[in-house]
Ligand binder design. Sequence first.
Ligand code: ARG
Length: 460
Amino acid sequence: MNTQDKPWTGRFTAPTDAFVEAFTASVSFDQRLYQYDIMGSIAHAQMLAHVGILTTDECQQIVNGLQTIQQEIEQGCFVWSIALEDVHMNIETRLTQLIGPIGKKLHTGRSRNDQVATDIRLYLRSEIDLIQAELTRFIKALLDVAAQEKATIMPGFTHLQNAQPVTFGHHLLAWCEMLLRDKARFHDCRQRVNSLPLGAAALAGTSYPIDRHYTANLLQFDTIASNSLDAVSDRDFAIEFTSCAAILMLHLSRFSEELVLWSSSQFGFIELSDAFCTGSSIMPQKKNPDVPELVRGKTGRVYGHLFSLLTLMKSQPLAYNKDNQEDKEPLFDTVDTLKGCLRVYADMIPAIQVRRENMIAAAQRGFTTATDLADYLVRKGVAFRDAHEIVGKTVRYCIEHECDLANLDLVVFQQFSPLIDNDIYPLLTLEGSVAARNHIGGTAPIQVDAAIQRLQALLS
Ligand code: ARG
């Protein structure tokens, strides 16, 4: 490619060094923005026609040319050129090849600086909508399992030690709560993404009588960026999106950890469907939880992308700097990673098998209803600290005698406190323990049911 083929060569006498050309090009990765670039260019041309800078005929030729280019790209016959640097110059150059000198008028009143900022925002807005849809599908899948398992008892853990019995439905709803907060964060983030930079031009605005509201309206932006310097250099929205993504991945990673534990033979709480597991090349008996392990592993790259973007921005003076070209790969990979993880979980969750008998057997170990005994004594007038001490001693007796709290003889109970009576036994069952936690946010099946209804209504 000769120097003259680049749109900016007027003030240059020597061609670009071949390695520098490749080093500075972004077309290998930013070509994924093509449909947003074309959408933004069409709206810009229509705005230019609206204010009389282009004639209706010129605008129509530009729009037709851009639509042809979109087809060429989608049919795989568009030739991308590294010498033309990025998606913007590739498309603009092709436009002039296709429609002649009128194509050169498209860039009136804009710059690649406001163009690229617009493209990324259009891209991210659309990806946020897809992510929200997958996130909703995943939460709904969890709600369905929670509804089936609203009365299934499992041990609840603190410090990964058996703590108190909970219902599996309640446990799953904890994940739904986190994911709903993620949804709310993406919703808020979208509002800040949905602001139009176009019109800022290179940095200072433009001397043409442009109508930014007209463009914003065509592209369905809610607001227009109100300072041109900020408009071309702001990448907060990308950082904000990636931080929402990092928090979501944190949640997915913790959930993955539980799936890995639960599907181990030590826990045996669930079985993942064969379609979502792989085997070992040497150990014939193995069925490995690769999907949750990979989701857990992929969390690291999203954290890395967040840090890349924060670092990318931290030393940039106003306004646009070429550093910003480095925003795309972290952003694209964050989007791809998130969509992949959400899709695989939304597909996998309905197919998990719950091993209720193993969950309940596990809950029976570790004196998980000891707190219920203490609460019973408090209701009989004992101070909680004294009740704690009495129950601690009773548990020690059970450990020494290898027996269970729920089956101790009344006479033995009464050695620890004469206040204990026959009415203690139903309270020490797992069912009695969970049913007693009957308030908003508690683990009782009746509350799980009500919570599921609330969450389903939120998502409908
Ligand atoms: N490829 C560039 C980017 O991604 C487009 C903007 C280039 N602007 C410039 N003045 N060199 O940021």
